[in-house]
Design a protein around this ligand. Structure first.
Ligand SMILES: [Zn+2]
Length: 376
C-alpha cells in the first residue's frame, strides 16, 4: 500500500472521500512486526491522526495470520470452533476473534451488495424458531427472501417466550427464569416491523409499481405492516398486496412460500450443527447471528441458484436478484484483506446492532466484549 485509501478518523473530512491530487497525509516512519514485517506509518495532515498500513487490514491488531478462506469453508461445512482451532493450529479464542472479524465483513458486504439491487421481484417472509441458551428461551429468526431469486434481503433475531405444552414443573421453571430474563411479548411483531422497514427501503429504490408480500397467517404480520404508512397507503391504492397462505399447505417449488422454506432449511442445517457441535450459538446470540451473516453472504453470492430438484443454474442468488456483478466482485476481492469501517457504511438498524454486539443473550451475566477497533 503506497497510499492510504482514506483517513481512519471518523470525524476527519478525509474519512469518507479524501481529496484527489492533493497531498492530505505524510509518511511517518515504519515499525517492525514479527508477523507482518516492516509496516509503513502515516499521519493525516488535516486532523493529525497517526495510522499505518495495518489500520486498513482485516488483521488489524492481530498477532497471527489465520487463513480466512479456509475458516469460511470450515464454517460452511459446519465445523465446530474446536475443530477449526485444531485444524488451523490456533486457540479457540483466536478462532472466535477471526470469526467476529469475518462477521463484520459479511455485514458490510451484505449491506453494500443489497443496496446495489433495484428490487424486481415479489417477496416472501417467514419466521422460524430455534433455541438460545435453553429451551426456555426459544428464538425467532425472521427472514425476507426474494420469491424468485431466493436472495435473502434481510433477517433478524428475537428471543421469544416459551409457549406450548408444558408440565407444571416446566411452567414453574419458566417463571423462575423469567425473573432473570423476560422476553419481549411483542417480539414477533417488532421483528416483523423491522423487516417491513427494510422492505420499504428496498421498494423505495425499486422501479416496481406494485409489490406482493407472501407470508403465512401469523396475526402479528398485518399488525406490523399497518404501522408503516407507506404500505398502508400503497395497500389502499391496490399497489401493495399482503397475500397469506396457511402454514400447513404443501411447500413445493414454485409455491408462494417455497423460497422462505428453502432458506429456513439452509439456515437450520447451519444452526443446528453449531448448536450440536460447539454450543456456541446457544451461548451467545451475537456470535450466532454474526456467523449467520457469514453463511448468508455465501448463500446469496456464491451458491448456485436452484432451478428445481435436480438443476442448478450457473448464476448466484444475487445475480438473479439483480445485484451488480461489479459491486459483488469488487467487494469479494478484498473481503479477506481490507477491513470495513462501520463509520463508512450505511447499514440497517439490525445490522448495526449485530455489528456492535447489542443483542441480548438470555441469562448472560458478563457484558459483551467488543474491541475498540470494531467500533470505528
Ligand atoms: Zn484525518
Amino acid at each position: 500500500m503506497k497510499k492510504p485509501p482514506f483517513c481512519p478518523s471518523s470525524i476527519c473530512p478525509h474519512h469518507h472521500s479524501p481529496p484527489k491530487g492533493v497531498k492530505w497525509f505524510r509518511r511517518a516512519g515504519t515499525y517492525e512486526t514479527d508477523t507482518f514485517g516492516t509496516v509503513q506509518r502515516f499521519k493525516c495532515l488535516t486532523c493529525g491522526k497517526g495510522f499505518s498500513v495495518q489500520t486498513f487490514s482485516l488483521n488489524y491488531f492481530a498477532k497471527k495470520i489465520v487463513n480466512y478462506h479456509q475458516l469460511v469453508l470450515m464454517l460452511k461445512s459446519a465445523s465446530g470452533i474446536r475443530d477449526m482451532g485444531r485444524d488451523l493450529r490456533v486457540s479457540t479464542g483466536t478462532i472466535q476473534n477471526r470469526l467476529s472479524r469475518l462477521s463484520r465483513q459479511a455485514i458490510a458486504l451484505h449491506e453494500t451488495i443489497t443496496q446495489s439491487i433495484a428490487l424486481a421481484e415479489d417477496l416472501a417472509a417467514d419466521g422460524f424458531q430455534s433455541f438460545a441458551v435453553s429451551q426456555y428461551f426459544p428464538d425467532n429468526i425472521t427472514t425476507l427472501v426474494g420469491k424468485d431469486s431466493q436472495y435473502v434481503y434481510h433477517f433478524n433475531y428475537v428471543t421469544i417466550r416459551r409457549n406450548g405444552r408444558m408440565t407444571e414443573t416446566q411452567k414453574q421453571r419458566r417463571e423462575e427464569l423469567e425473573q432473570l430474563f423476560l422476553a419481549d411479548r411483542g417480539g414477533i411483531e417488532h421483528a416483523f416491523y423491522e423487516l417491513a422497514k427494510v422492505m420499504g427501503d428496498l421498494f423505495f429504490r425499486s422501479p416496481k409499481a406494485s409489490l406482493t408480500l407472501y407470508t403465512d397467517e401469523k396475526k402479528e404480520y398485518p399488525r406490523a405492516l399497518k404501522r408503516i404508512p407507506l404500505f398502508a397507503d400503497m395497500a389502499r391504492e391496490g399497489r401493495f398486496i399482503h397475500s397469506t397462505v396457511s402454514s400447513h399447505h404443501a411447500r413445493v417449488p414454485g409455491g408462494p412460500l417455497f423460497s422462505v422454506d428453502y432458506i429456513e432449511r439452509e439456515f437450520r442445517k447451519d444452526l443446528s450443527n453449531h448448536v450440536r457441535e460447539t454450543v456456541q450459538f446457544s451461548r451467545n446470540v451475537n456470535d450466532g447471528i454474526g456467523r449467520l451473516f457469514i453463511y448468508n453472504l455465501y448463500h446469496n453470492c456464491k451458491k448456485s441458484y436452484r432451478i428445481n430438484k435436480a438443476q442448478w443454474a450457473e448464476t448466484s442468488h444475487a445475480d438473479v436478484a439483480g445485484a451488480s456483478r461489479k459491486v459483488v466482485d469488487r467487494e469479494f476481492a478484498t473481503i479477506y484483506s481490507r477491513r470495513r469501517f462501520l463509520s463508512r457504511l450505511e447499514i440497517s438498524v439490525n445490522s448495526f446492532r449485530v455489528w456492535l454486539r447489542q443483542l441480548e443473550t438470555p441469562l448472560k451475566k458478563r457484558g459483551e466484549y467488543l474491541p475498540a477497533y470494531a467500533m470505528m
